[in-house]
Design a protein around this ligand. Structure first.
Ligand code: AN0
Ligand code: CP
Length: 321
């Protein structure tokens, strides 16, 4: 595997889920695979789970992880080509990326969408440069449009908790005080479409996700109707994807507190499990009662981030040989 962005990069999904089971059962069985190999994890943005789970996955495989917080630990990096660098950015990605590539075998990058220029974000302009200029396998640790390590962990979690062959999974938009990227809902939709689930997306009008991620998913604007009979409720905020109105890209169109997932919403489900990628704002996205209930699986979901990252790194290491 040369890069990890999309569900298609993992190949046969059933085989990947089987491998995830093995990795979870015997995490140290491939301890020799990563010997003398180095992964550099680059963070342009904050992280708790991705930072720690990626390091843990690398250590489980016997690899050496090095973490770089861009800006805080390093020079501030310019990402736009052709600019006069007379501002606060001391170094360009064009030099920084090949330098980073020369120090490691695999690179992971977290770089959120800027949410101002849709074209720049949706072309994955920054991660594409990492692929082009590093010559190393690149993992998206949430880039402008995708968060595949999260979606893979989400699917692993659904596989573990499902009690029906084809569960109903509902992804619902929920309000948030700040504009957030579409990477998490994009990837979740992409992975659910590839999985054997009955998948429904619900959000207020104007929040339509990019059609390439929505695929054949059912979109239901009535949140309560969407949630009826759900086996899994996946809550997430995202800002306007700019599909119907490009001028609204990255904007907050609604803060309707009626969309906060609470006991009233969960009551119409089939005793659904509650999921969220975290970090989550309590009583904005989800009520205390729901996230503290026995049906909330946000902690095992986060724990599976080690498993998804380890499967991806394992495959990349196997590809290096
Ligand atoms: C980020 C987002 O919504 O993309 C990271 C989630 C994993 N969330 C926040 O910035 C709060
Ligand atoms: N879910 C997730 O990616 O969390 P962090 O932003 O803390 O890494």
């Amino acid at each position: 595997m040369r890069s990890f962005f999309h569900v298609s990069d993992i190949g046969d999904l059933a085989a990947a889920l089987q491998e995830a089971k093995q990795v979870k059962a015997t995490p140290f069985a491939w301890k020799n695979l990563g010997q003398d190999k180095t992964i550099i994890l680059i963070f342009f943005n904050s992280s708790l789970r991705t930072r720690l789970s990626s390091q843990k996955a690398a250590l489980n495989l016997g690899m050496n992880p090095i973490v770089l917080n861009v800006g805080a630990d390093s020079w501030k990096l310019e990402t736009q080509l052709g600019v006069v660098m007379d501002g606060d950015k001391s170094e360009h990605l064009r030099e920084a990326i090949p330098v980073i590539g020369s120090y490691c075998d695999i690179i992971g990058v977290r770089s959120f969408a800027g949410l101002s220029d849709r074209e720049f974000d949706y072309a994955e302009t920054i991660l594409s440069q990492f692929i082009e200029y590093s010559g190393k396998p690149v993992i998206s640790l949430e880039s402008a449009t995708v968060h595949p390590c999260q979606a893979f962990a989400d699917l692993i979690t659904i596989e573990e908790y499902k009690t029906k062959p084809r569960p109903k999974v509902v992804m619902t938009w929920a309000p948030h005080p700040r504009a957030l990227p579409q990477a998490v809902p994009n990837s979740f939709a992409e992975w659910m479409n590839a999985a054997d689930v009955d998948f429904v997306i619900t959000h207020p009008e104007g929040y339509e996700l990019d059609p390439k991620f929505v695929g054949n998913a059912k979109v239901e604007y009535d949140q309560m109707k969407a949630l009826e009979g759900a086996d899994f409720v996946y809550a997430k905020n995202w800002s306007c994807p700019g599909v119907t109105n490009p001028g609204d890209y990255g904007k907050i169109l609604s803060k309707d507190m009626g969309w906060v997932v609470d006991e009233r919403h969960m009551a119409v489900t089939d005793n659904a499990y509650f999921m969220h990628c975290l970090p989550v704002r309590r009583n904005m996205i989800v009520s205390d009662g729901v996230i503290d209930s026995p049906r909330s699986i946000v902690i095992p979901e986060a724990a599976n981030r080690v498993v998804s990252a380890q499967v991806v790194m394992k495959r990349m290491l196997e590809g290096l040989k």
